[in-house]
Design a protein around this ligand. Sequence first.
Ligand code: KIV
Ligand code: ZN
Length: 388
Amino acid sequence: MTDRVLIFDTTLRDGEQALPASLTIKEKLQIALALERLGVDVIEAGFPVSSPGDFQSVQEIARQVKNSTVCGLSRAVKADIDACGEALKVTDHFRIHTFIATSEIHVGAKLRKSQDEVVEMAVAAVKHARRYTDDVEFSCEDAGRTNIDYLCKMVESAINAGATTVNIPDTVGYTIPTEFGGIIQTLFNRVPNIDKAVISVHCHNDLGLAVANSISAVQQGARQIECTINGLGERAGNCSLEEVAMILQTREAMLGLKTGIRSQEISRTSKLVSQLCNMPVQANKAIVGANAFSHSSGIHQDGILKSQNTYEIMTPESVGINKNNLNMTSRSGRHVIKHRMMELGYKESDYDLDALYSNFLTLADKKGQVFDYDLEALVFFDQQKHQQ
Ligand code: KIV
Ligand code: ZN
């Protein structure tokens, strides 16, 4: 089995559908080009049948993106698949992603069909999509809550019908990592033709487990992760691209898996998506939050100044951030103040470190964070005092 995990980005589909305001075609194109630069394998550009605007943006993205496969979403109905085929045919290679719900809750309450009828719909949809392209993905919506025997039957039928990727979504973010990994393991053990397709996972974050569930799945043989920049997506969002990419990179020796993500593009892509989508990133968000490479405690700052890997498991440069940040607060020690003064161009003989550190602590207790200009003012006032 290959060690390469494909990254399927759905920021422009699952992510976009959860935004308070839609993106313009230009904004979607800007994001798609950033995703291409980031090195994602598949860009799910939208849901062409849903609106003329979505159709047009999927078409424009398919026209302009050359190094990632562009994909459109469709329900398992002919009209949706035709809209995908029409929008995407401007490029030589594209993917159609068709889906239908498989859990008892969805099949009974939403689709109001029998399980056999749903299998027939899935098979017909995959076969119809194959008329447009040989790259067809089929998703079993709400797979996380689907009876495992039925899920095995659905996956086998979709592959026999011609699906080249079969996606196992945890649509409502219900499963826990051992359980979700177990579903993937069972599929590999029980579906006879499973090696004819790439098994993909698409995890939502309702319990904060989307990333953990996706990693558990690739440990059991899944080879595509569906994710979004900054974890955008329905409700609590989707699996976050930057987190899975950096887990697979940072723990490559442990997991033995790789992606094609150019990690130095992560910070820039995250900022672009946050700005265009008007969705601020929380400061303590892993990898892309403002504090992800900031150190506040004196003990940590002292460690970092001695050796960066004491408190950093990846470098800021590896995700496209110039350098880490040592916050100057009342928890900072003398070492960090001396270091910052040196970075600001001061020699040790230019100021009295004891006096500066004592004045710094008094100020930090009052205002919390102390900035470079505060340090310079403290030095200036101390010098003035001695000249009087
Ligand atoms: O969450 C989900 O099940 C989906 C499917 C359309 C793949 O977004
Ligand atoms: Zn989803």
